[in-house]
Design a protein around this ligand. Structure first.
Ligand code: CA
Length: 233
């Protein structure tokens, strides 16, 4: 498998180099940018699998960079972890509202950073490169596309992550809390009913194809993904 490519956006050279050194040692391919402008150029020319974005940057804030990438259809699926020196709740919430997939508070250990990166990559389906087939659905992680009977069905980024998680873990019942942890991540302050909202959107997207029935409600327990034919009686 190829090494996931991480773009480190941080203007303080010693910090950036220390992160690059540790991530390189952990098996990642690394690009470095010292400003938002440099980051945008690198994202366009050598698309990373994940961005690490520092909050404080010289030309614009890391939050602004995150927001603008997440608003851009070409880049909205790029996972972003924000680095922040601010431990206050407010900045975490702002970062996640801006579209960041997770945040890490400085100072952090190399081990913690690598663990967070791997968790976000896993949730985003990076590293899973073989197509996953379930019934009439075919998920192509390399292309970040869902095909139904060979035809592409566009999905929102959250619905894609949700379906990707389900298709990697079929026939198992997951509680809303487990789905939140696996699809959104442990550090996200959202309510469990958000899961229901995105399940409904996913079902709606799958409705016309008949694959809606794969996303099953298990009363009192949560949800299960199953492409098996329904049991008679
Ligand atoms: Ca900085």
């Amino acid at each position: 498998m190829k090494h996931p490519r991480i773009l480190i956006v941080e203007d303080e050279a010693p910090v950036r180099q220390m992160i690059a050194f540790n991530l390189h040692r952990a098996g990642f391919a690394i690009d470095e940018a010292d400003s938002c402008a440099a980051a945008r150029t690198l994202v366009a020319n050598n698309r990373p699998d994940l961005l690490l974005v520092d909050w404080m940057l010289p030309d614009s804030s890391g939050l602004e960079l995150t927001r603008s990438l997440k608003r851009d259809d070409s880049y909205k699926d790029l996972p972003i972890i924000m680095l922040t020196a601010r431990a206050e709740e407010q900045s975490k919430i702002l970062g996640l509202d801006g579209g960041a997939d997770d945040y890490v508070t400085k100072p952090f250990s190399a081990r913690e950073l690598v663990a967070r990166i791997n968790a976000v990559l896993r949730r985003s389906g990076v590293g899973v490169s073989e197509p996953i087939v379930a019934g009439i659905l075919e998920l192509k992680p390399d292309e970040h596309r869902l095909l139904i009977s060979g035809k592409e069905l566009p999905l929102g980024p959250t619905e894609y992550k949700l379906l990707s998680f389900f298709m990697q873990h079929p026939e198992r019942v997951y509680s809303r809390e487990q789905i939140l942890d696996n699809v959104w991540g442990r550090n996200v302050y959202i309510e469990e009913r958000t899961v229901d909202v995105h399940i409904q959107r996913l079902r709606k997207a799958l409705h016309d194809s008949g694959a809606e029935r794969y996303v099953q409600t298990v009363r009192g327990a949560g949800y299960r993904f199953s492409a098996e034919p329904e049991q008679a009686g």
